[in-house]
Design a protein around this ligand. Structure first.
Ligand code: AGP
Length: 614
């Protein structure tokens, strides 16, 4: 996700901001920029690509010396990564420069308002609109602080904003709503950063910011208010992390940090999906409703974890849209001479957007006149670029090789796609879609609840550090969860781990069961009795043969208790949405067991984050 830096003090603002951005590079980004106030004007430089591109330009043409500035490393959400879309953005008269992290949910209506006022917008971003709105306020005669307060009251979504005013060389003003921001308190200087990594080389005294707050920062003073200007108390703390810990937000691994980012990532992936009148809308949907209505078959293609997301999607899409769905390994797809035509919709799921098997598969599909829709986390990558439509997951950069928040946000995107097709095909009424959207919007809270129980899962994982094999069982939407849980353990702990459809046990795999063998069982919600009862039978079968059953079951399901050697409780959620919570203990289990074995969880052996070779 984006990195933000703000500075005011006695040092060179450009150098200090660039230093801060360099320490935020780990967050992943695709463009960078810096703006300073000097001699009553905004001096600004921004470039697509890595920070080195920006530094090269600044070496050739330095910005004027200044002691107040802001900077940004952008992870593209709205609009591809290029120079124009890079931050900072300014208003039409370049009086205000502003950077932003997050997603403005009502940006389309704001864009229409700004353009109706005759302002020309140069970029595809939601951020530029905010820069115009803040600038219009200061031009009306109010100071930057009041301008920011007024604009923030107009914004919906998740946003952290930091701005400077060409006519006020002493003050940086910031706003925080959902996206991270922290203040660094120096001597005769003060800092802002997306996290403490941006400034801990200068100061370890920091100020924690809360929700819906404004920060007014000069070199000698930091004031915090709410969006209406009322002062609020901010907690000061000392940062005792080193830089590496700061980058991981205090966690030992990026993967663990990303597991705990999932409530936010899921919430971000749901932002901006409804029009003002409540209709579902998706990113870059360049397929007309008529084209979608004519689709009579959907083939989901992906690899690894993304393939398992596609398996979950099958249950949801078929149930809500009554459209047949096949899920195919991308590496197999084009070699089986698939039957596809103009009424086939290919859905390519890829976190990186660069997986060679998936990219080649969509190229083959397009050569057969199929329509291609990408579900991707990386704006501007190859797969979305070569697709007819895109749904971006807003997980932010995923640094750990083992996908976690990438998977969960893929599930969200798959549910949204299923609901969108149901809306277009009329296979679900609007109120039914509303109900499911409300259930999805409650998921970040349920995810949070499961993560609060992490310590018990860690203890369980460590107790199995000596095991040589683990089985995973699931039924219906829990079956892909079992497969994904097994993959996590394979790729992190280098253990034999295998997922099965629980109904398949008696057709062979039950021969694997031996005394003490750990079997993790994803128990469907009791709301689907025919599934729930059959799952309990499967658990009894393996337990009767000596397996150690570790069961994941919803709160209140007492029927599982006699058959579970260990029981991990899940929140009560609809059966189709249960993968969003059931996978979490399996992620935690794999991460902790691998840690206990001394493995590098972020860079597992033999693996790459993006497999760009077939
Ligand atoms: C999952 O933890 C692995 N990193 C791997 O299976 C990954 O999901 C697969 O390579 C697909 O990558 P993509 O989503 O970037 O296409």
């Amino acid at each position: 996700m984006c990195g933000i830096v703000g500075y005011v003090g006695h040092r060179s603002a450009t150098d200090t901001v660039i230093d801060g951005l360099r320490r935020l590079e780990y967050r992943g980004y695709d463009s960078a920029g810096v703006a300073v106030v000097s001699d009553g004007a905004i001096a600004l430089e921004k470039r697509a690509g890595k920070l080195a591109n920006l530094e090269k330009v600044l070496d050739e043409t330095p910005l004027a010396l200044a002691h107040i500035g802001i900077g940004h490393t952008r992870w593209a959400t709205h609009g591809p990564p290029n120079d124009v879309n890079a931050h900072p953005h300014t208003g039409g008269v370049r009086r205000v420069a502003l950077v932003h992290n997050g997603i403005i949910e009502n940006f389309m209506e704001l864009r229409e308002r700004v353009e109706a006022d005759g302002h020309e917008l140069l970029s595809d971003t939601d951020t530029e609109i905010v820069a115009h709105l803040v600038e219009l306020q200061v031009q009306s005669g109010v100071d930057l602080t009041t301008a920011m307060q007024r604009v923030c009251q107009q914004l919906d979504g998740a946003f952290t904003l930091v701005a400077i005013d060409a006519e006020d060389p002493d003050t940086v003003v910031a706003a925080r709503c959902n996206s991270p921001l922290v203040v660094g308190l120096g001597e005769g200087e003060n800092f802002l950063g997306s996290d403490v990594a941006a400034f801990i080389e200068f100061t370890r005294e920091a100020l924690e910011l809360g929700q819906d707050q404004i920060v007014v920062m000069t070199r000698d003073e930091v004031r915090v208010t709410d969006f209406h200007g009322r002062p609020v108390e901010a907690r000061q703390f000392h940062v005792d992390w080193d830089l590496s810990a700061a980058e991981k937000d205090g966690h030992d691994w990026f993967m663990r940090k990303e597991i705990f980012e999932q409530p936010r990532a899921v919430a971000d992936s749901l932002i901006g999906r409804r029009t003002a009148n409540g209709q579902l809308q998706l990113d870059e949907m360049r397929l007309a409703d008529e084209e979608l209505r004519d689709v009579d078959k959907i083939i989901i293609i992906a690899c690894g974890t993304s393939f398992y997301a596609g398996m979950v999607a099958k249950y949801a899409i078929e149930h809500w849209t009554r459209t047949p769905v096949e899920v195919e390994l991308a590496s197999e797809f084009r070699y089986r001479d698939p039957i596809i035509d103009a009424t086939t919709l290919i859905v390519a799921i890829s976190q990186s957007g660069e997986t060679a098997d998936t990219l080649q598969a969509i190229r083959h599909a397009r050569s057969q006149r199929a329509k291609v829709l990408a579900i991707c986390n990386t704006n501007g990558s190859s797969i979305p670029r070569e697709s007819d439509a895109v749904i971006y997951t807003h997980a932010g950069p995923e640094i750990g090789v083992a996908s976690t928040k990438g998977f969960l946000t893929q599930l969200v995107a798959c549910y949204l796609l299923a609901l969108y097709i149901a809306q277009v095909k009329g296979t679900r009424f609007g109120d039914e879609i509303d109900e499911i959207m409300e259930q999805l919007e409650a998921m970040p809270g349920h995810i949070e609840t499961v993560l609060e129980g992490a310590d018990a899962v860690y203890e369980l994982a460590r107790s199995h550090a000596g095991t040589r094999s683990v089985l995973f069982l699931g039924r219906h939407a829990g079956y892909p969860v079992a497969l994904e849980g097994a993959l996590k353990l394979k790729e992190l702990a280098y253990l034999h781990a295998e997922g099965f459809a629980a109904g398949e046990l008696k057709h062979g795999p039950i021969a694997l069961i031996e005394e003490g063998l750990p079997v993790l069982c994803v128990v469907p919600p009791k709301g689907r009795d025919q599934l729930h009862g059959k799952m309990l039978s499967g658990i009894q079968e393996v337990r009767a043969r000596g397996a150690r059953t570790i069961c994941l079951a919803e709160a209140g399901d007492t029927s599982i208790e006699p058959y579970a050697d260990d029981l991990i409780r899940l929140p009560k959620v609809p059966v189709l949405l249960q993968p969003l919570v059931a996978i979490l203990p399996l992620q935690l289990f794999a991460c902790e067991l691998a840690t206990a074995l001394g493995h590098d969880v972020d860079q597992p052996r033999n693996l790459a984050k993006s497999v760009t070779v077939e």
